[in-house]
Ligand binder design. Structure first.
Ligand SMILES: Cc1cc2nc3c(=O)[nH]c(=O)nc-3n(C[C@H](O)[C@H](O)[C@H](O)COP(=O)(O)O)c2cc1C
Length: 244
């Protein structure tokens, strides 16, 4: 197995960091890997905000569902889908551009997330751990103000980085669903009730159906029905108003 495959298979999220700074050269390498990711038409419809100000880190930590490890990370990168640069270039050259639409937004989000994953993989290869923070999608009004995001700039994700503690390295990587459930040939295959049960029981190592049902109910309340999930939907609906 080559090293790239090994690292992709082994990589896991890191949420507790050593008190060790990331060297500037390593940060630059990670950023170079991010911007060398593919992007639609090589348009690079993203902007990466490198958050170095501790006050902003602390505020992000609170705004992203009070996850305190965010403020302790050694490097915080907000990957924004950025169609604004193209819109402005078109405008400045008198092209009278149409409004930016949801298609442009989705493409920009794709570009930004692909760049983010390159950063994550590059960091891991340097021994630097990371964790995506989906909660950056919440609290649109405060996040826009804090990061001074203009319209047509969408904070697709926050990724926090730092050297993992020994405990984080030892922590077992959460099991994935088997390929047989995740890959289908030629066309989409609907999951039936049995298949879903089998898939989740296998992933979670449940011994009986009762364990599965209890877990699913708890998961439903903790994630799908949570206040943060509802806030995320509200917040994104507000962002979408810029594009609709
Ligand atoms: C889009 C996205 C959002 C995430 N948001 C958070 C988050 O807000 N907080 C957190 O602790 N982990 C977050 N994670 C990390 C996942 O929980 C983690 O990737 C998943 O449990 C699999 O574990 P692993 O990365 O260790 O393999 C997020 C991951 C992704 C891809």
């Amino acid at each position: 197995m080559n090293n790239t495959i090994k690292e992709l298979l082994e990589r896991k999220s890191v949420r507790v960091f050593l008190e060790k700074d990331i060297a500037e050269d390593d940060k630059q390498l990670i950023l170079q890997c991010a911007v060398n990711a593919p992007s639609a038409g090589n348009q690079q419809m993203y902007r990466i905000i490198d958050v170095t100000n501790q006050e902003i880190k602390d505020k992000l930590s609170v705004l992203c569902d009070n996850q305190s490890f965010i403020s302790q990370a050694k490097m915080l990168l907000v990957f924004c889908g950025d169609f604004r640069k193209w819109y402005d270039a078109f405008k400045y050259t008198g092209l009278n551009p149409r409004s930016v639409g949801v298609g442009d937004l989705i493409l920009a989000i794709e570009d930004s997330l692909i760049a983010a994953q390159n950063a994550v993989s590059a960091a891991w290869s340097l021994g630097i751990g990371s964790c995506y923070i989906g909660d950056i999608l919440e609290n649109k009004e405060e996040i826009k103000k804090l990061l001074k995001l203009p319209d047509y700039v969408f904070p697709s994700t926050l990724v926090v980085f730092g050297y993992p503690t020994a405990q984080q390295l030892e922590r077992l990587k959460p099991k994935r669903e088997s390929l047989k459930y995740l890959v289908c040939e030629n066309e989409y295959k609907e999951y039936d009730k049995e298949m879903l049960k089998e898939m989740f029981m296998d992933k979670q190592n449940f011994k009986n159906e009762e364990e599965y049902l209890n877990w699913l109910k708890r998961f439903y309340e903790r994630k799908y029905n949570s206040s943060f999930a509802k806030e995320m939907t509200r917040s994104i609906r507000e962002y979408l108003k810029e594009y609709l």
